[in-house]
Design a protein around this ligand. Structure first.
Ligand SMILES: CC(C)(COP(=O)(O)OP(=O)(O)OC[C@H]1O[C@@H](n2cnc3c(N)ncnc32)[C@H](O)[C@@H]1OP(=O)(O)O)[C@@H](O)C(=O)NCCC(=O)NCCS
Length: 235
């Protein structure tokens, strides 16, 4: 997300108190408060074990646990990860804007041995535009460098997508620097398409791509077309 937008969104927010792989096998254990993981198809969370033997040799991973956002005790771990891995600065109010209003749409990947947050995804869901379609939004996604290319990022995104769909998302969008090949490839693998190019969207002057995933058929469009067809039929 653009920090300009994040700041604008966070402004006026009252910040009310809110509330693995051991050798590449992804362990999606989730606390009782989060149920989104249960519906993730195992086939979509494929591991990279086969690949790693033929390409780069990746060190075995400690057990990874995926958990939902619960409270501010998780915030400092999330913030230090995102500050290290994303180019844009976010204030604590931006985090609270998302986490307090949509706590069930953010997820963390934890290194169980270290008790450290090594991956995070932060989202929101709200009606958008005149159509009032429910638009999910992935505001932040990051995986700590030494844990990358093990499907942790895509597992977090899948958990977020499932949670937003369950909450009624019609579509899901996000922005990413147009040069961010790894993020673009990750999202395109999951069915996101390039929707728009946003000129000088980021503070560093770099353009963004807006990527979009359609979660449901475009009912409005179908109805418009049906209306058009019936009008044409009576003319
Ligand atoms: C983008 C990011 C979250 C990916 O996390 P990850 O855990 O390494 O991703 P995954 O292992 O789930 O990769 C899934 C797919 O993404 C793509 N991908 C991931 N890293 C890639 C890289 N370095 N180069 C090219 N494609 C890459 C691949 O298509 C990969 O599928 P494959 O393994 O079958 O080739 C991570 O690189 C990151 O934190 N980057 C810095 C922050 C950032 O750019 N966030 C996105 C902002 S929108």
């Amino acid at each position: 997300m653009s920090p300009k937008k994040a700041k604008a969104k966070a402004k006026g927010t009252t910040a009310a108190a809110s509330s693995g792989p051991a050798s590449h096998a992804t362990e999606a254990s989730t606390p009782a408060t989060t149920t989104a993981t249960a519906s993730i198809p195992a086939s979509k969370v494929k591991t990279s074990a086969a690949k790693s033997t033929t390409t780069t040799t990746l060190a075995p991973l400690p057990p990874i646990e995926y958990v939902g956002y619960e409270s501010e005790h998780q915030l400092s771990g999330m913030m230090s990860l995102i500050e290290n891995d994303l180019s844009e600065p976010y204030s604590i109010y931006t985090y609270r804007y998302f986490l307090h209003q949509w706590p069930k749409l953010s997820f963390l990947a934890m290194d169980k041995d270290k008790g450290a947050c090594i991956g995070v995804v932060v989202c929101r869901l709200e009606p958008h535009g005149r159509s009032k379609r429910n638009r999910g939004y992935i505001a932040m996604l990051a995986v700590s460098k030494e844990y990358r290319k093990r499907k942790i990022g895509s597992t977090l995104v899948l958990m977020a997508i499932e949670a937003m769909k369950t909450a009624g998302a019609d579509e899901i969008v996000l922005e990413t620097e147009y040069t961010n090949q790894s993020a673009i490839a990750l999202y395109q693998q999951m069915g996101f398409i390039k929707d728009k190019r946003l000129y000088r969207y980021y503070l560093n002057g770099i353009d963004a791509f807006r990527l979009k995933l359609f979660c449901r058929p475009q009912v409005d469009t179908v109805m418009d077309m049906e209306g058009l067809t019936s009008q044409q039929g009576t003319a």
